[in-house]
Design a protein around this ligand. Sequence first.
Ligand SMILES: [Zn+2]
Length: 422
Amino acid sequence: MPTISAGALKRMLHLPMNVVTGMPRIEKDPRGGEVVIVPVRPYARDTRRCAECGGRGRPYDRLPTRRWRHLDVGCAKLLLEYAPPRVDCAEHGVTVAMVPWARRRSAYTRDFERQTAWLSVHAPRSAVSQLMRIDWKSVGPVCRRVADDLRAEQGAGLFDHLRSIGVDETSYKRGYKYMTVVVDHDRGRVVWMHQGHGEKVFDLFFQTLTPEQRESIRVITGDGARWIDECAFRWCPTAERILDGFHIVSWATDALDKVRTAAWRRARKTGTARKGAKDPIKGARWALLKNEADLTAGQKAQLECVANTDETLWQAYKLKERLRMILRQTPETAAPLLRQWAADAFLSGIPGFTPLGEKIARRHFDILRTIRSGLSNARLEAVNNRIKTTIKIGYGYRNLDNLIGLVMLKCGGLNLKLPGHQ
Ligand SMILES: [Zn+2]
């Protein structure tokens, strides 16, 4: 009869922080299948630690056994079992002692949470829930805990050496709730997020920085909002204030979307689009708003359909794409093209584009400054799109902190590795 040593078991199950105190046993899982139960305890040096501060507490009493879900073994779920003591900390009173293998108030081990978080970055939540065999509502809190830990590991250094940052307010509940996102343009990652928007929230960001960290900021980008100017002036008076390239493009995409809605209404009224029938204009929304280079074959076909059915909408689309291409040129090439664009938009007679032509003419030199700064490039736009897409995916995360956790894991440049991988 072959036996296995406790040491080998520890290594097989990736439990370096635990003492295995008994043989694994197999039980029936009430949800079907079987579960493997492994009794464990922390090393003596890790016992009786206060959950708040990690300091040693006096023994108080012992709670009934608890179980933590760990990474699966074969096809079976694996649960660690331990009866945690409660300790009395001089400062924090009676708390359940912390265990080294799990975060506070979590029913999963750190390895399990890390794997779940890693998967959430790469797969939709339904897939995460199915593969990890956890309720989909648990995925968000796991993302938050892992992201918080990874950020805490980086400490105050998280905000070191920021040079050019971008600030943006983004809706996260389909247009009625907002949050503020601060991006590090040089490293292409999100550095800070907070509920709400406007001057007070942006102030909070600067308050978390040290004076040296604030001083290293040379450029602050955003849309044309006045509160950004005021905050920038208050906290980083020497930093240059620049319009974001993707905000300039978004003026055109917003105008384009209004043209599309109007075209669709018109088509419905004249009866060219019947109820229930597949409407080419309504269906082409994403194709129109997306960058030309990123279109799928299906979307290209949709655009062709628009080109053949609606002259105004097609013209508006071409204007949007042209503006985007101008932003990618050198300042010398861009200057005359930009003037021409403003004139064409103004004279187009398309609602939304006439005033936009005026706006572009008015901000001609601001836009050239954006182009000169290099903050109009495709990489910036890609980072911004990734953030927006992640937020859209995160609509299902009811809690904003969980959503922030997911965005940080995906776009925060955190060092998220699978457990056991170097
Ligand atoms: Zn304590």
